[in-house]
Design a binder for this molecule. Structure first.
Ligand code: ADP
Ligand code: MG
Length: 261
């Protein structure tokens, strides 16, 4: 049996009166490609923040290789775990190469001097994400799809064991979505565990090996996509009637919503 890499144990988050996460437990192991799906407001982003140490849960624990995240510094966490969140405001004034090089900072204490190994890792991250040609561009001048790839390049420069992404397909056209799906599969095959959150069920069914369906702060179904995504579970979580079948080309589970409930 593979050891748990990242584990949530009965984690709850309460904002004022609202229970955003209600005793959620899950574990991510080496090599996993886990998708978390669910409607707006289900608690997906809150779960991502808790799993990555950006938000402390009100109850329960998150453990990284059996050590509570609370007892680990941000720097130590960042060597294991890279997060690509939805919106970031820290991209101003950097060109792409400088921005990706920020991913190396968790590996340096205090002052940051870039060594030849760091540079090699940064160039490799640019190469793997097909963003080398953007190296000298201002990050703010990039298209949504380019920027998403550059954010992932920065995350790879961290050399994490786990990559966590919140709604990575937002604002991406279908070509860029396919590019991103391919990139994530390659990263996963190189041994990095991936946890991805999205409300785009068809994308998630194609990309992920395992899914968890969230509704109102709880995981209401989990397993392989074909087990989790059913007419009943979609009705319960999304309040829609949807046809669920198999995409004849990709063989992935596919949904076609056709009515509100
Ligand atoms: P999702 O990512 O699935 O759309 P979120 O985790 O962002 O859901 O939000 C879950 C619930 O918690 C929502 O009802 C949202 O309005 C609420 N919420 C999220 N962040 C905050 C916050 N900082 N303060 C108060 N309520 C919040
Ligand atoms: Mg969200």
């Amino acid at each position: 049996m593979k050891a748990n890499v990242l584990e949530c144990k009965s984690v709850s988050v309460i904002y004022n009166e609202l229970v955003a996460l209600d005793k959620v437990s899950l574990s991510i192991k080496a090599g996993d490609f886990l998708g978390i799906v669910g409607p707006n407001g289900a608690g997906k982003s809150t779960l991502i923040k808790v799993m990555s140490g950006l938000l402390e849960p009100d109850t329960g624990n998150v453990n990284l290789s059996d050590i509570n995240l609370r007892s680990l510094s941000r720097q130590v966490i960042a060597r294991e775990l890279a997060v690509v969140v939805q919106e970031e405001n820290s991209e101003f004034g950097f060109n792409v190469e400088q921005y990706v090089a920020l991913g190396r900072s968790p590996h340096h204490g205090g002052l940051y001097f870039e060594g030849s190994r760091d540079r090699e890792i940064v160039l490799n991250a640019l190469r793997r994400t097909h963003t080398e040609r953007l190296a000298s561009r201002d990050v703010n001048s990039l298209s949504g799809g380019e920027r998403q790839h550059v954010r992932i390049a920065r995350a790879l420069a961290q050399e994490p064991n786990i990559l966590i992404l919140d709604e990575p397909t937002n604002h991406l056209d279908i070509f860029s979505q396919m590019n991103l799906g391919e990139l994530l599969r390659n990263i996963n095959m190189e041994g990095i565990a991936i946890v991805m959150v999205s409300h785009d069920i068809n994308f998630m069914c194609q990309a992920c090996n395992q899914l968890k369906l969230m509704s109102e702060g709880k995981i209401i179904a989990e397993g392989i996509p074909g087990e989790v995504i059913t007419e009943n579970s979609l009705a319960e979580a999304f309040k829609v009637k949807a046809l669920v079948d198999i995409n004849p080309v990709t063989k992935a589970t596919r949904i076609t919503p056709y009515a509100k409930i």
